[in-house]
Unconditional design. Structure first.
Lengths: 256, 95
C-alpha cells in the first residue's frame, strides 16, 4: 500500500484533473479555473464568518452562565445568613452544574478559535496564489502558442488546484466543527429554557429568588414592628404570635 | 522535491530526506491501520516537523505543484480514513 503522502497527493491531483477536464480549450481552462478560485475564496470568507458567529454565541452563553455563578453564590450566602441551609445547598448545587457547563464551553470556544486561525491562514495563502495565477494567466494568454500554453496552464492549475483542495478541506472541517458547536449551543439554550438549568440572569424569578425575597420581606416586617414597639415605649403589649413567627428576630436584635 | 503540509503551506525539501520521511510515513500508515489515533497523530506530527526542519518554506504566491502531501496532524482516525478512502475528505472543487 502506498504511503499517506503519495495517496494524499494522488487524491488532490485527481480532484484537479476532474476540474480541468470540464473546460474545452486552454484559455477557457484558465478563465474557468480562475472563476472557481474566486468562488472558493468567497467560501472561505463565509466559513470564517460562520465560525466567528458560532464563537460569539458560545461567548454570550458563557457570559450568561458566569453571571449566574455570581448570582447563585450570593444567593447561597443570603440563604445561609437566613439560616436556610436547604436553600443554600440548592443554590450551590446549581452553581456546580453551571460551572460544569462553563468548562465545556471554554474548550469549545478554544476549538473554534483554532479553526478560525486555520481558515484565516488558508485564506491568505489562497489569495496570494490566486493573485499569482491571475498574473500568469494573462502572460500565458499573451505570449504562448497553444501547445506551449497547454503545458504552462497544466503547471499553474496544478499548483493552485492543490491549494484549492487544501482550502476546501479546511473549510469542510471548520463547517463540521461549527455545526457541532451550534448543536451544543442549542442544547445549552434548551437546558436553560426547559428549566433544567434555569436562566438565573433573565428577568424571570426562580423559586430560589422567591423564597429569598420572602425571607427579606419578613425581616423587613420584623424590623418595622420593632421600630413601632420602640415608639410606643416600654410597657406596650406586643402580640406574642408575630414575634414567634419571625426567625430573623435575633439578627435584628443584634443590629440594634 | 516539494512537500505540502496541509493547512500550513509548501516546503522545498532535499531529495536526500525522502528515506527518512518514508519511514515516518510508514509508521503513520501502520498506526492508521491499527486504529491507534495517538500513534497516528504523533507520526504525522513527526513527518510535518521533519519537513519544517529540513525544508525551506515556499512563498505563498508560488504556483508549483507538490510531489508529496502531508495531511493535517490533528485529523481524527475517522477523518483520516475518509480522507484516504478515495472519495475522500477533500470536497470536490467548486464547479
Amino acid at each position: 500500500m502506498a504511503g499517506l503522502m503519495q495517496r494524499a497527493n494522488l487524491i488532490a491531483k485527481a480532484k484537479i484533473s476532474k476540474l480541468l477536464n470540464r473546460a474545452e480549450n486552454p484559455t477557457e481552462t484558465l478563465d474557468y479555473s480562475y472563476e472557481q478560485q474566486l468562488q472558493l475564496l468567497q467560501n472561505v470568507k463565509r466559513g470564517i464568518a460562520d465560525v466567528v458567529t458560532s464563537k460569539k454565541r458560545l461567548q454570550m452563553q458563557t457570559d450568561q452562565l458566569e453571571q449566574s455563578v455570581v448570582k447563585l453564590e450570593t444567593q447561597a450566602r443570603q440563604a445561609l445568613a437566613a439560616n436556610r441551609e436547604d436553600l443554600a445547598r440548592q443554590a450551590l448545587e446549581r452553581k456546580a452544574a453551571v460551572q460544569q457547563q462553563l468548562q465545556g464551553l471554554d474548550q469549545q470556544i478554544q476549538q473554534l478559535e483554532a479553526q478560525q486561525e486555520k481558515l484565516v491562514s488558508s485564506e491568505q495563502q489562497l489569495q496570494a496564489k490566486i493573485e499569482a495565477f491571475r498574473t500568469q494567466k494573462e502572460v500565458i494568454k499573451a505570449q504562448y502558442s497553444a501547445a506551449e500554453a497547454q503545458v504552462k496552464i497544466g503547471e499553474a492549475a496544478t499548483g493552485i488546484g492543490e491549494q484549492m483542495a487544501d482550502t476546501g478541506l479546511a473549510i469542510q472541517r471548520a463547517q463540521d466543527k461549527t455545526e457541532e458547536m451550534q448543536a451544543r449551543a442549542a442544547a445549552v439554550d434548551e437546558l436553560i429554557s426547559s428549566g433544567t438549568l434555569e436562566d438565573f440572569t433573565s428577568g424571570g424569578q426562580t423559586q430560589l429568588d422567591k423564597e429569598l425575597g420572602q425571607l427579606a420581606s419578613q425581616s423587613q416586617v420584623d424590623s418595622e414592628l420593632a421600630k413601632l414597639k420602640a415608639e410606643l415605649g416600654p410597657g406596650g403589649d406586643a402580640p406574642k404570635e408575630i414575634e414567634q413567627g419571625a426567625p430573623e428576630r435575633e439578627e435584628q436584635e443584634q443590629k440594634q | 522535491m516539494i512537500v505540502r503540509l496541509m493547512g500550513e503551506g509548501q516546503y522545498r525539501v532535499d531529495d536526500g530526506q525522502l528515506a527518512e520521511l518514508n519511514d515516518l510515513d510508514d509508521a503513520a500508515v501502520r498506526a492508521l491501520e491499527a486504529g491507534d489515533e495517538g500513534g497516528f497523530r504523533s507520526a504525522v506530527e513527526g513527518l510535518a516537523a521533519r519537513v519544517r526542519e529540513a525544508g525551506e518554506r515556499l512563498p505563498d504566491e508560488e504556483l508549483a505543484g507538490s510531489d508529496l502531501i502531508v495531511p493535517p496532524s490533528d485529523l481524527s482516525l475517522d477523518e483520516a480514513r475518509e480522507l484516504f478512502s478515495g472519495e475522500g475528505l477533500i470536497p470536490d472543487l467548486p464547479g
